[in-house]
Design a protein around this ligand. Sequence first.
Ligand SMILES: [Mg+2]
Length: 186
Amino acid sequence: MNKIQVKIPCRYVGKAAIVYDIDNTLLDVSERLVRSIIEAGGDPIHGLSKMSLDIRRRFWSIFLSNKYIHLDKPDSKAIEDVNRKYDSGYIIILLTGRPEYMRKDTIKQLETYGVKYHILIMRPNNNRDPDYIYKPMVIEELIQKGINIIEYHEDDIKTIEKISKLFPTIKVYRHNASKSNISKFF
Ligand SMILES: [Mg+2]
């Protein structure tokens, strides 16, 4: 497990920050998911759990590419929440499991949907850790760099549980972009 290097401009140090995931938190990615499963040779009814290793590998290389991101839909309620907090003066950090090679298209997508943010942190291209390992490492790194994280927004339950446990002072919110739903996680 490699340490994640995160560059933070010093003007953000000590300021209150809010961290948001992107996929299924700000954007509904269910169509990209289904199309990627079908193209990989899997069955969307059974989802990822019943896939063979081969199909699963193929799925991830399609899903984590720019091929179908045009199918993603914005969750307007979640994006309003981000933009309201940005306008109130919080530092908005987007922390995504999308790899660095998707950066250009991700920035374009965020611009199209009017998402306001300060920092976009993406997974290093050679990193294969699951989100519940990778994201807490980044949060730890941000805290060590002096970022005062007060809220964390995410859809993935394993990541949510891990972050709530490791960082009890951060308020954690669970999102479901396909249902436009945000709830406080206890
Ligand atoms: Mg997500």
